[in-house]
Design a protein around this ligand. Structure first.
Ligand SMILES: Cc1ncc(COP(=O)(O)O)c(C=O)c1O
Ligand SMILES: [Zn+2]
Length: 363
């Protein structure tokens, strides 16, 4: 196996310490098995039922039974919505899928001291799986990160370093440590993280008896969730399992919407923006790692990029809670776009929204 730049095609051996291509974009893995239904392990309920479709590594996975989250299909405002309850993951967010595979790979390589920068959930996931796999984990998090997430990270035994200032300051601090020789287990760029998160889309298709939904609606910060879903669905399409892609709707906070700006201007890639303040703390990313790739997913699938205000986000969060679904504000961002989506979606269509993070982490 090797890594290959998702944008320019430049290659490196798998054991490279380079965490991104010289062109600034993330690598993907070459040599991942092609999607085949026959390769699914039917007796395994976690995401490890897809182990033979994941990049191979030596030894046992570092796992807590992540994946296998419910898909609730319900009527909301005359539309058919499918909520994928990712907040039920061991550390409380979809990031556990990526962390489980990434930590499994790192451990198999004997890499036991790693760091990452995170707005909270990825840091918590890495800290949790690091604890489970015996890795020392250091997380650089913006000091404004909700307290519950910071406490969660240090409770797992990770070294938690709060960084004053906006989100990029945490990345800068992490990169300084990387320049000093530390291993950068970056969830935003690691191809292993993306492959782990790709199981979310495999699972949705399986839960729908391989009948693809019409639409997918995502919150987007760096775009690892959008990118991994696009990767998974194009793979299933290449395997002849889908005749068309579900439409990708990418939703951002109006306070930080570089993807919307690029979409509205017809740009192929995003340009860095300065994030404003928003309750959607998980997606305040001014320069997303997967920006051009998300734009491609939207374009190729016939979807759109939308933005929502904090008021709509909090109202959507409360509506979900009144139906028993307690998620953090960032995770209510897709539902907050429902009124804008209504004009684009027919009542007969099925629209799937991942509910990405638990309400106990941030409110
Ligand atoms: C709860 C939640 N939802 C969605 C996202 C967005 O994920 P991505 O940065 O991969 O776009 C994040 C990222 O931190 C998150 O914490
Ligand atoms: Zn490149």
């Amino acid at each position: 196996m090797k890594v290959i730049c998702a944008r320019c095609g430049s290659e490196e051996p798998l054991q490279t310490r380079k965490w991104r291509c010289d062109c600034g974009r993330p690598y993907l893995l070459e040599g991942v098995p092609a999607f085949r239904r026959a390769a699914i392990r039917p007796n395994e309920r976690s995401l490890w039922r897809y182990r033979d479709l994941l990049p191979p590594f030596e030894g046992d996975p570092v796992t807590m039974g992540e994946g296998g989250t419910p898909l609730l299909i319900e009527e909301w405002d005359g539309l058919r919505l499918g909520f994928k309850l990712e907040f039920m993951s061991p550390s409380g967010s979809f990031k556990d899928r990526g962390a489980s595979l990434l930590v499994s790979f790192l451990r198999s390589r004997g890499i036991d001291d790693v760091l990452d920068d995170s707005s909270g959930n990825a840091g918590a996931a890495l800290a949790a799986y690091g604890a489970r796999g015996g890795l020392h984990v250091r997380i650089f998090a913006p000091a404004y990160t909700p307290a519950a997430k910071l406490v969660q990270i240090s409770s797992y035994g990770a070294e938690m370093i709060p960084v004053q200032g906006p989100r990029p300051k945490a990345t800068e601090a992490a990169l300084q440590a990387v320049a000093g020789g530390a291993y950068y287990a970056t969830h935003n760029y690691s191809p292993f993280f993306v492959e782990g998160v790709a199981t979310l889309a495999y699972e949705v298709l399986e839960q729908l008896n391989w009948e693809p939904p019409d639409n997918l609606v995502f919150p987007m910060g760096n775009g690892s969730l959008v990118a991994s879903s696009y990767l998974a669905l194009t793979r299933m399409q290449a395997a002849g399992m889908l005749d068309r892609l579900p439409r990708f709707f990418v939703v951002q906070s109006r306070a930080c919407a570089p993807v919307l700006q690029a979409w509205q201007n017809g740009w192929e890639d995003v340009r860095e923006t300065t994030p404003g303040k928003t309750v959607a703390d998980g997606i305040t990313i001014g320069h997303p790692a997967w920006g051009w790739y998300a734009l491609e997913a939207v374009r190729e699938s016939g979807g759109a990029v939308l933005a929502v205000d904090d008021g709509d986000v909090l109202a959507a969060r409360d509506r979900l809670a009144r139906r028993g679904l307690y998620v953090e504000p960032t995770s209510a961002v897709p539902l907050a776009a429902l009124s804008q989506l209504r004009e684009r979606i027919a009542p007969s269509e099925l629209t799937v929204l991942p509910l990405t993070g638990h309400g106990l982490k941030s409110h």
